[in-house]
Each structure stands twice: as structure tokens, then as C-alpha cells.
Design a protein around this ligand. Structure first.
Ligand code: 9MR
Length: 383
């Protein structure tokens, strides 16, 4: 709201200056007004533009200024996950997540909670015994209920919405749900139970289902099925989060557009929650990768060549052109990080590479990727 106001004030001042100094009558329509220079100002109040951060970034002054200046939403990259909040059964540790909440409040940013139930970065005791066997259903359910209830209650009024369940859908062919510790202990209804516990803990907080590759046909249909099943049980899902860990050419913008349309038809909002555009080859993973393969897989150590940076800018531009076609449906776009020095893609699928997936380079300078995004947001019809 205030961003929109800031922008309007700038526009009014500029319009006044134009009127005062102009000898001929120039209509001060939006095309003659200066473009916003930050993502959050360009987005105004029609869209949340977010980034994933770590609490440690807040102690890096230039980085923290960039985050506060550019974004109106933040997601803790790790700080709100089960192993960060309740590593030891019954001992809740909110300090780092609370730091993120304070930073957001000081800078008029919304906080997105990520995530309540996930098969990674969750302590084993939640759903397994010491020998790795699934806990009895009632014990696992009670562990999940207590985690969700305590966490959602702690952040009541401070977090706009929660990724209630992350990555529950199976990648493989006909399998529907992923084989996870929570599912093995509780059963297929662990997803609906998670949504039920979250809603009961805070009826006002938004509830999201978040996953990767759900824009691709196959996983997309499974996600639609999940939404329908949750709805049939009387549960509320406010938005689907398409993670958006994408590459220069894959997936096609049309595929993403089709998925947004398919999810919107189920009556939910669509968020893009972990956006980045990988510019490196997706090599084999794991320890068996050879040194030669590793070197070949790391071609831009000295910097991103201008043609690739330009192609990445075009890619971001065309993705945002899709997103702004859906005003009121695509209501948040969150990048998974801000500058290239700080992205999980420097360590995945091969450790120690030099990747360049984000809008700012390692010196915090905006890349063509930034121009691609802000140009679209600045267009009068952009959303
Ligand atoms: O960005 C997170 C990284 O710091 C962690 O090491 C990693 C561990 O799994 O998780 C990263 O974030 C993931 C997110 O929580 C869920 N979707 C995939 C993201 C990238 O792995």
C-alpha cells in the first residue's frame, strides 16, 4: 500500500513539474512518468515480490539494504523449517526466525512461513523411532499436531501464510504421494491432517501447498487431485506454490501459463515461490561424478558471459509477462535468494560451482535479469 502511495507521490510531483515547466499542454499519462527503480515500488500493492533470506544476511549491511529496498515479502530459507524450530522434541527455538520477522516488520515486508511438514530438514523423531521404524500413527500425528500448533500459534499475526506441506507429490509415474516418513507413520491423510491442524491453530493465516515441477503435466494433474481431495474434506488451501527452479529454456513459458490456469480453475491463488533460472548444465548428481565432468559443468567461474546474461534477462522477462497476465490470481512471486553469491544452485547438483541464477551479481549489481523483471512490472498494463 505504502509503496503504491510512494509511487503515486513521485508521479504527482513529476506531473506537477511537467505542468509547471511545460509551455504546451502535455498530458501526464503514465507513459510519460518515470519508471520505478525497485521491484517493490514497481509491483505496488497488486503483487508481493519476495525473496528467500537467511538470518545471517541481516548482518550484511549492503545486502540487508538491498533486501529491504527491493522486496515487500520474505521467506526464511531455512529458519522456519522443522529442524530449525524443534530439532529436539519439545524444545522450540524461535530466535533466528524471530529475527527475520523483526526485520520484515521494520521494513514493511510480509513474512511467508516455510515450511511445516517436509521430508527434508525435519528431525527424525517426529515420525520415526530410534531404529528408523515409523512411529505408531497416533504418536506421529500428535508430534505433527504439536509442532504445527506451537509454531503457527507463535507466529500468529506475524506470518502472512504457511507452506503447510512441501513436496508431498511423487515425481514418479503413477505414484501419487511421495514415500515420506510422515506418510509411512500416519498414512495418506497426513497431508489433510496438516492442513487441519494449521487451520485450527490460526483460522486467519493463509495456507499453501508448495512443490516443484507441478507445472509439468503429470505432476500437475496429481496436484489438482490433491487440491480436490482437500476441498472435498472441507479443508481450505489458499494458494498453490509453484517453486519455479527453472532453466534458460525449460520449461516452456506456455507450460507454466497452462499450469497457472489449471490451478486457478480449482479456485486457489497461484504463487511462484522459489524462482531462479539456472544457467549451468544439469549434470549427474552424487559422489560418482568425475573431476572432468565437474569442470565441464562449471563454465562461468570468471563471470557470466554477456550473451547468456542477456538470454537470462529475456527468460525472466517472458516469465513475468506470463505472471502479469493473471492479476488477482498470481499474487506473489518469490525469488530463492537475491544475489548469485548466495544461491543453493552453487552447490546443487554439484558442490562448489559458480552459478548465476538470480537478479543481482556477486557484487550486488543488477543484471539484465533485473531489467527484464522490472520492465514488465513497470508497464502500465503489468498486472
Ligand atoms: O535454500 C535451502 C538450502 O539452503 C538448504 O540447504 C536446502 C536443503 O534442502 O533447502 C533449500 O531450500 C529448498 C526449499 O526449502 C524447498 N525447495 C527446494 C529448495 C532448494 O533445495
Amino acid at each position: 500500500m505504502i509503496d503504491q502511495l510512494d509511487r503515486k507521490i513521485v508521479r504527482w510531483c513529476c506531473a506537477a513539474i511537467v505542468c509547471a515547466f511545460s509551455t504546451c499542454a502535455i498530458a501526464a499519462d503514465s507513459t510519460t512518468l518515470p519508471a520505478a527503480t525497485t521491484l517493490r515500488a514497481a509491483a505496488g500493492d497488486r503483487l508481493l515480490i519476495g525473496t528467500a533470506i537467511m538470518a545471517s544476511h541481516l548482518r550484511e549491511p549492503a545486502h540487508a539494504r538491498l533486501l529491504a529496498g527491493q522486496f515487500n515479502a520474505i521467506t526464511g530459507g531455512n529458519e522456519f523449517k522443522p529442524d530449525a524450530l524443534q530439532k529436539i522434541n519439545g524444545k522450540f527455538t524461535f530466535e533466528r526466525a524471530d529475527e527475520i520477522v523483526s526485520f520484515a516488520r521494520e521494513n514493511r515486508m510480509q513474512v511467508i512461513g516455510h515450511t511445516l511438514v517436509w521430508h527434508n530438514q525435519s528431525p527424525k523423531w517426529l515420525y520415526e523411532d530410534a531404529a528408523g521404524k515409523p512411529l505408531a500413527r497416533e504418536t506421529a500425528l500428535e508430534n505433527m499436531r504439536r509442532h504445527i500448533t506451537t509454531v503457527v500459534t507463535h507466529f500468529k499475526g506475524k506470518v502472512k501464510g504457511w507452506d503447510v506441506v512441501n513436496e508431498a507429490i511423487s515425481d514418479g509415474g503413477n505414484d501419487y504421494l511421495r514415500d515420506t516418513p510422515a506418510r509411512r507413520a500416519i498414512g495418506d491423510d497426513y497431508v489433510e491432517k496438516a492442513f487441519e491442524f494449521a487451520r485450527n491453530a490460526d483460522p486467519d493465516v493463509e495456507l499453501y501447498y508448495n512443490d516443484y515441477n507441478i507445472e509439468l503435466p503429470g505432476k500437475r494433474e496429481k496436484c489438482v487431485r490433491l487440491l480436490r481431495e482437500l476441498k472435498a474434506k472441507g479443508l481450505r488451501v489458499d494458494a498453490v506454490g509453484i517453486q519455479g527452479h527453472w532453466q534458460l529454456k525449460h520449461p516452456a513459458a506456455q507450460v507454466i501459463e497452462d499450469a497457472i490456469r489449471a490451478f486457478a480453475a480449482e479456485g486457489v491463488k497461484v504463487h511462484v515461490t522459489e524462482l531462479d533460472i539456472d544457467v549451468l548444465p544439469r549434470t549427474r548428481q552424487g559422489a560418482e561424478i568425475t573431476d572432468t565432468e565437474k569442470e565441464g559443468a562449471n563454465p562461468y567461474v570468471a563471470g557470466l558471459p554477456a550473451d547468456i546474461a542477456g538470454a537470462q534477462g529475456d527468460r525472466y522477462r517472458s516469465l513475468f509477462e506470463v505472471f502479469v497476465k493473471f492479476p488477482g490470481v498470481v499474487t506473489r512471486i518469490t525469488f530463492w535468494g537475491s544475489h548469485d553469491g548466495n544461491t543453493w544452485l552453487n552447490d546443487w547438483p554439484v558442490r562448489g560451482r559458480t552459478n548465476h541464477p538470480l537478479l543481482w551479481d556477486r557484487q550486488l549489481q543488477p543484471k539484465p535479469a533485473f531489467d527484464g523483471v522490472i520492465d514488465v512490472l513497470n508497464k502500465p498494463s503489468g498486472g
